[in-house]
Design a binder for this molecule. Sequence first.
Ligand SMILES: *Cc1c(COP(=O)(O)O)cnc(C)c1O
Length: 378
Amino acid sequence: MRKDVKSATWVAHAGGAKDESSGGVVPPIQPATTFYRETDYSLHNPENTYVRPHSENVRLAENVIRKLEGAADTLLFPSGMAAIAAAFRWLPSGARVVLQDGIYWGTIKWIQEFCGRRGITLKLVDASDAAALDAACEGGVDLVFVETPSNPWLKVVDIAAAAESAHRNDGILIVDATAATPILSRPLGLGADIVMHSATKAMNGHSDVLGGVLSCRSETEIWEAIRTDRADSGAMMGPFEAWLLLRGMRTLSLRVERMSANAQKLAEYLKDHPAVEGVLYPGLPSDPGHALASQQMQGGYGGLLSVLIKGDMPKALEVAGRLKLFVRATSLGGVESLVEHRYSIESHTGLPQNLLRISVGIEDISDLIEDFGQALGQ
Ligand SMILES: *Cc1c(COP(=O)(O)O)cnc(C)c1O
């Protein structure tokens, strides 16, 4: 397929993937773990030896994501955390890491433990404050890791400024853009060296695949180390998951458009509700991250928002319990709306007890608003 088509066209056509042998308009699943050689011992297909490094289905899904990100190369992993771990494992002991505070707690927990074990200096900083991030990089840094918009605080990080701070101090910048998706934000174009997504979330979008992905701006030595590490350590996505992901991504632009539009309307409704103390969503003009998000995101602000319910923890749990359409479950980015009381999951990280994190799906917005209305008690 022509390489110059727009992203929405590219994803809808799965980057041109078809079944060449049967003529099927979708690619087949190739479950083989090993690939045969001819009588002269040459590989039948020189691209495929063994599935740990070589999978047709993984390659097809990577090809779609690479184009969406404007990346030089893309690597899929069996989970978002496996992608993050791979993005850190190349660091030598004694290295210096700057990490955004208040992001997805699973990321912070793993990085803290990893850096502790390996004797890596770790600085946590509120990266939505560009000056604070710059100060944390001062004196040298190897890796800066930020998440924007962040989960569940919805803070927005200036990617271009973060890249500048990292590069000036001889480090690289990795951006977790899971909540933005490659439809709304292209961190590599703003100077990030690597962009990461949990493909479990909006990228697959149907709450039925665990996956993660890294894409690079250029194929550096660090990238080579990450690629080799994936093959050698075996952090490979399975062919069936890659096939499902490719299928899920065909509707990515449509889903993200609808989720963002729904989230915007829900945030506006909740912001003015008398039973609500506040709404964290960069799409709201009153949000501290709004101006920056408007600059570095296109087409919306994503489907993730947090709402602070007036009252204490029992009140927030009562609202969550009364919701009928929002499924009470962790995760985000699926076609169905979810609600989560984050404090019940991470009580040690200083989250407000009255915070409900909402992942807005693709339902009819009037149903979602009505559901929240009855749960809040109009
Ligand atoms: C879910 C999530 C992850 C971890 O991804 P998994 O696929 O669950 O391993 C990382 N970052 C963010 C922002 C997430 O929401």
